[in-house]
Design a protein around this ligand. Structure first.
Ligand SMILES: NC(=O)c1ccc[n+]([C@@H]2O[C@H](COP(=O)([O-])OP(=O)(O)OC[C@H]3O[C@@H](n4cnc5c(N)ncnc54)[C@H](OP(=O)(O)O)[C@@H]3O)[C@@H](O)[C@H]2O)c1
Length: 334
């Protein structure tokens, strides 16, 4: 049976990757931390694999031990990563260094997979042209604007520089779906009749529904494509006000649009980050997030991805929002 290791399996996207793998004839190894919640990893077919991605020696020992009773993983989907941190250096420690640790330890233990998939981010590329608002093209030069984006780009650069393991890099845009808490607060504000704009209502956005992302990744495993990076979106670009309009329709709410001036958002982000850091906590709104929220162009051209993998997303934004809102309501999150 084909063996697939998924790191960050306990998280939002990771848990859907695991479910997608189980739907297909794959043997799934869920890479987790000792502190990870196993709430969404209850299926008995899942092999839970505690991994210390920050410790290359321990990783190497783990592969050497596994090697005594099983062949190497056919595929590794390296999805573990941090999107919010207390100390910005943790972006580099986790998103870049752990990627390197994983690839190097697999190589040194001679436990190399046929393909290594990196879950990067559109943030590694950075926003598109703010004047023309032309969608970001895969061939454009990456110019990440956040610590997060830079750490993801560093991970990509490491992968492209090594010769030991065939790889594919995916740069998903905003991922939404059941179990995600980041989008929840947006739907809550709509529920309470508020339509906040931290940037321009014409801000260009792109999205991918988590189930489509998981299907796309598994589609790519057995393809003969490697050594490239791909954007991952539903193939459409939307404006911020279109997102609000869809949410309003689905939630059947009338709202009051409120536009926050950029300097105010910046000050609030700075204060929220400072207070959170003092409390050793992460803040959803911080200076990195401010830069993302106020960049006007996060539209991207994912045609190459959809064509290369002959992939048809099952969800556009409206269909995805309907499903996720239903899930939030059923689970009493909204
Ligand atoms: N959500 C998005 O919109 C989006 C968009 C583009 C790319 N991505 C990327 O997709 C991946 C998954 O994101 P997500 O939204 O699913 O986030 P998430 O729910 O926070 O999941 C992150 C996963 O990574 C694990 N992890 C974090 N730090 C780790 C460490 N030091 N060592 C080992 N495992 C660690 C977490 O383990 P614990 O459960 O133990 O914390 C969790 O399983 C990330 O690489 C992220 O950068 C996300």
């Amino acid at each position: 049976m084909t063996r697939v290791l998924i790191t960050g399996a306990s998280g939002f996207i990771g848990s859907f990757l695991v479910e997608e793998g189980l739907r297909q004839p794959y043997e799934i190894y869920a890479g987790v931390r000792s502190s990870s919640s196993l709430k969404y990893l209850q299926d008995k077919r899942i092999h839970i694999l505690p991994l210390e991605l920050s410790d290359p020696e321990k990783l190497k020992l783990k592969w050497q031990e596994l090697k005594t009773h099983m062949p190497a993983f056919d595929y590794v989907i390296h999805n573990a990563g941090v999107t919010q941190v207390v100390d910005p250096l943790d972006f580099q420690r986790v998103n870049s260094q752990c990627t390197q640790n994983l690839v190097q330890s697999l190589t040194e233990a001679n436990f190399r997979p046929k393909k290594f998939i990196l879950m990067s981010s559109l943030a590694a590329h950075g926003p598109g042209n703010s004047k023309t608002l032309a969608p970001i093209e895969p061939a454009d030069t990456p110019t990440p604007i956040t610590y997060y984006g830079k750490s993801k780009l560093m991970a990509e650069q490491y992968l492209t520089s090594q010769q030991q393991v065939p790889y594919l890099i995916f740069r998903p845009t905003a991922v939404y779906g059941p179990r995600d808490k980041d989008f929840l607060s947006f739907f809550k504000t709509i529920k309470y009749h508020l339509e906040p704009y931290l940037g321009s209502p014409q801000q260009q956005l792109s999205f991918i529904y988590v189930k489509d992302l998981a299907r796309l990744i598994f589609h790519s495993l057995e393809s003969n494509v490697s050594g490239q990076y791909f954007f991952a979106s539903d193939g459409n670009n939307y404006t911020c006000s279109q997102l609000a309009a869809i949410a309003k329709t689905v939630l059947n709410k009338r709202t009051l649009p409120i536009r926050f001036p950029k300097p105010l958002v910046k000050s609030i982000a700075f204060m929220a980050e400072t207070i959170a850091r003092l409390m050793q906590q992460t803040s959803v709104l911080n200076r990195d997030k401010y830069k993302e929220l106020t960049s006007i162009n996060w539209g991207c051209n994912a045609t190459q991805t959809l064509d290369t993998f002959n992939f048809k997303p099952a969800y556009n934004l409206e269909k995805g929002v309907r499903e996720v809102v239903e899930w939030y309501q059923q689970n009493k999150w909204l």
